[in-house]
Design a protein around this ligand. Structure first.
Ligand code: IMP
Ligand code: MG
Length: 420
């Protein structure tokens, strides 16, 4: 069986963790493809709520091998702590593999992230301050430290010394203390060591054996470094193509691309968002959807579903089906709107333009329908749903041109309905 990709179709936080957790029992392996501890994946199981940053959401399924792929940037100290936290709650983490090609986020990358955000002044991106951009910058500048290097103290010192020659002039002395850094990295390396391997070979072995591999992206395609709202983006490719690259699989090995979308829009950090609501409706979505960042605790910006951006995301990523999450948030809404077109300079515009001034000037046009005004959190099958809720989900399928195959009606594992 080939690979399936699970990606975020909007600005992240669509509930990818829940979908990965739901599909993990059908897969032999879950591979995380991009991003780092900027991500926060929440999964609710009968054992409680788990918030993962680097560990793939499949870890809660004991039969699943979990891989952190080459496309991820890893804070080894944070990852070691995350594993210890999971182990303390009885989760078996021995099934974790870490690509020796993945790059390392060092403590000074976080300092640089903070420093750059200050320099940007009113044009700050609103990053998660987890050092993600600076770590990817060192990677593409070919001076990055890779996870495999953690096992070689000499190589590690040499690479970090080189990075500090590059960055040292704007860091505080505490941030350039290489001995202290090596000490904490070595402790983390002791914990992670048994998992570090040529992970992409194991991914290919699994595919060769005819087993299902799930590739889990972090963030969302509107934050993609190439096709997102640059520069208000993350520093990786949360796209279907990025999933292949980050996991070590070929496009021809993929047969499903599951685009996870919320029934509305949210965004954390700066940058245009044409359907944003600054009123009580936006606040109600935030409250009912518990829209506060998993990683930073920041309140998320909220707005109506943007079908123009979604259609564009589906096209660019070959999304073959949509998982629509958090539909129950609308249970108390008498009316629900969806942006179905944009007007720009008095003309219709069918995609997200590269120029952000243009995008900021876009006016979203809406179609509004009446809500279902009924609690759907207890629904478990399609037949349990009120006609209005089903009609809303179908309207998202029509507006995006991609069928909705799954629908979330609450955070728990069983609150996911497979649609016919
Ligand atoms: P960075 O990835 O920390 O560099 O942040 C860049 C932008 O991406 C900021 O707007 C962040 O809020 C956003 N971002 C990064 N990771 C996530 C995520 O997991 N969910 C939602 N937004 C994210
Ligand atoms: Mg998140």
């Amino acid at each position: 069986m080939p690979a399936a990709i699970i990606l975020g179709g909007q600005w992240g936080d669509e509930g990818k963790g829940k979908i990965t957790d739901a599909l993990a029992p059908t897969a032999a392996m879950v591979v995380r493809a991009n991003g780092g501890s900027n991500a926060g994946h929440t999964v609710e199981t009968p054992d409680g709520v788990f918030k993962m940053h680097l560990v793939p959401s499949g870890i809660l399924n004991p039969d699943c091998i979990c891989v952190i792929g080459a496309g991820v940037v890893i804070d080894p100290i944070g990852l070691a702590n995350e594993l210890t936290g999971l182990e303390q709650r009885g989760v078996d983490t021995r099934n974790l593999l870490i690509s020796d090609r993945a790059h390392v986020v060092l403590p000074f990358h976080m300092a640089i992230d903070r420093y750059e955000e200050t320099l940007r002044e009113e044009r700050s991106i609103g990053t998660t301050l987890r050092g993600i951009g600076p770590a990817y910058a060192d990677k593409v500048s070919r001076r990055g430290l890779r996870v495999g290097d953690l096992l070689d103290a000499g190589a590690m010192r040499q690479t970090i010394e080189h990075q500090l020659r590059m960055h040292g002039q704007y860091l505080e002395s505490a941030e350039t203390d290489i001995d202290a850094m090596l000490e904490s990295l070595s402790a983390a390396a002791d914990k992670l060591g048994p998992s570090i391997c040529a992970a992409e070979q194991r991914v290919q072995d699994t595919l060769d054996a005819g087993k299902r591999v799930l590739v889990e992206c972090a963030q969302g395609v509107m934050l993609d470094i190439d096709y997102g709202t640059y520069p208000y983006v993350t520093s990786s490719s949360p796209s279907a193509a990025g999933a292949c690259q980050g996991a070590g699989i070929a496009p021809m090995q993929v047969d499903r691309v599951i685009g996870v979308f919320k029934a509305y829009s949210t965004r954390v950090g700066s940058g245009p968002m044409p359907t944003e609501l600054h009123d009580d409706t936006g606040e109600l979505i935030r409250k009912r959807g518990r829209e506060y960042g998993t990683t930073t605790g920041r309140p998320r910006r909220t707005g109506w579903f943007d079908a123009v951006a979604a259609r564009s995301a589906c096209r660019l990523n070959g999304v073959s089906e949509i998982a629509l999450t958090l539909t129950d948030v609308f249970d108390v809404f008498p009316e629900i709107s969806v942006a179905t077109s944009y007007q720009w300079n008095g003309q219709p515009l069918g995609y997200v333009p590269a120029n952000l001034d243009d995008y900021a000037a876009v006016v979203a046009e809406y179609q509004t329908t009446t809500g279902w005004l009924q609690d759907i959190t207890g629904a478990r099958r399609q037949a349990d749903l009120p006609a209005g809720a089903l009609a809303y989900v179908r309207s998202i399928g029509d507006a995006t041109g991609v069928e909705v195959s799954m629908m979330g009606v609450g955070p728990a594992r069983e609150q996911l309905i497979h649609l016919q």
